[in-house]
Design a protein around this ligand. Structure first.
Ligand code: SME
Length: 155
């Protein structure tokens, strides 16, 4: 694929639709998971200008920081802890409009106000989570959930 990311004009739907196509074509030609996670984090981050976009990988009993874009983050998150550990444990996407109201939220950055965490499945096993943080409240909704779940299904 071209090395230039194209960002659609218009709203979130249009942006995700074009982003999805580019991620599909990129991941199709690359089998390395870290390479794909790195580019997916970069492409989502550049398209939307989120505060932090990245992956935590399941390594035994703990989530370990993977490829990301944004400021320094916690290296390890335990099963069931924070929004990431909850998405892993509950096996569902977590949409958090206000992180201060989420019990056990792990504040890697005090500037993060809302968050979405999407499990990455390989077959019937969760191998990673995609975590996105925003500096604004209530950034993420059903549209983000649906598209991000589609995107991580490409990994
Ligand atoms: N806030 C996350 C931790 C990861 S950082 O935000 C990058 C959580 O509660 O799981």
């Amino acid at each position: 694929m071209a090395e230039n990311l194209l960002i659609a004009e218009g709203g979130k739907e249009e942006k995700y639709a074009l982003l999805y196509k580019q991620i599909a074509s990129l991941t199709e030609g690359e089998s390395d998971q870290i390479a794909n996670m790195a580019n997916v984090a970069a492409m989502i981050h550049a398209t939307f200008g989120f505060w932090w976009t990245g992956f935590y990988r399941v390594m035994g009993e703990v989530l370990v920081l993977g490829p990301f874009q944004g400021p320094l983050a916690c290296s390890r998150i335990k099963y069931g802890r924070g929004v990431c550990g909850t998405a892993w444990k509950e096996q569902t996407t977590q949409v958090v409009p206000d992180v201060e109201l989420f019990p056990g939220h792990i504040a890697c950055s005090s500037l993060s106000r809302s968050e979405i965490v999407v499990p990455v499945w390989h077959g019937n096993e969760i191998v990673a989570v995609l975590d996105i943080d925003s500096e604004e409240l209530a950034t993420f909704d059903e549209v983000d959930k649906v598209w991000l779940e589609k995107i991580v299904a490409l990994l």
